[in-house]
Design a protein around this ligand. Structure first.
Ligand SMILES: CC(C)(COP(=O)(O)OP(=O)(O)OC[C@H]1O[C@@H](n2cnc3c(N)ncnc32)[C@H](O)[C@@H]1OP(=O)(O)O)[C@@H](O)C(=O)NCCC(=O)NCCS
Length: 152
């Protein structure tokens, strides 16, 4: 049976274009999840927590540091996109972080990633830029744009 890291990797491998070098490998995912305060959410095709890991079509990974949390990754399998799964994951991520006392969220995005629509829709604003940060893909390098939003 699939475990949750398998479910994350299945979505990861489908979701990220290798041209940009944004995907994490299995080792990076399991090492990150072994650290305290690093968490994930899985979503099924309705955006809800899947009954079985096999049903996952999306995930988030995040890391909390005191009252701040960084969204490390958000991804939805290509065949499940455009139906609100990403938005549902984002709402769940923001709600979970708020319940844990987080009052500011951050994320970093490759400049030009269409995911900015999702971030702006959920209240994130660009607050910084790191030049040529994404270098491991076959294209680029690309700047990283940092987005942030408060949680009331
Ligand atoms: C970003 C991503 C998670 C969105 O998932 P999704 O399930 O399609 O999201 P939704 O259906 O909730 O759509 C969210 C919004 O983003 C827009 N959007 C998402 N992906 C888009 C794309 N590739 N091109 C254009 N618009 C896109 C949608 O139109 C929608 O806008 P709206 O809220 O104004 O209607 C998904 O496209 C993905 O996995 N991308 C590849 C991985 C990635 O780059 N992740 C971000 C960096 S970690």
């Amino acid at each position: 049976m699939m475990d949750h890291v398998d479910a994350i990797m299945q979505v990861m491998e489908a979701a990220f274009d290798p041209a940009y070098g944004e995907a994490w490998n299995r080792r990076q995912v399991s090492d990150a999840l072994a650290m305290p305060h690093t968490r994930y959410l899985l979503a099924n095709a309705k955006g809800a927590n899947p009954a079985l890991p096999e049903d996952a079509v999306g995930f988030t990974m995040s890391r909390q540091a005191a009252d701040e949390e960084e969204l490390l990754l958000i991804a939805v399998a290509p065949n499940a996109r455009g139906r609100g799964v990403g938005a549902a994951l984002m709402r769940r991520f923001i709600a979970c972080a708020g319940e844990r006392g987080v009052n500011r969220l951050f994320l970093e995005m490759r400049d030009g990633n269409p995911a900015y629509a999702l971030y702006e829709h959920h209240g994130f604003l660009p607050v910084g830029r790191r030049r040529d940060y994404y270098r491991s893909g076959s294209e680029g390098p690309f700047d990283a744009v940092t987005f942030s939003r408060a949680i009331d």
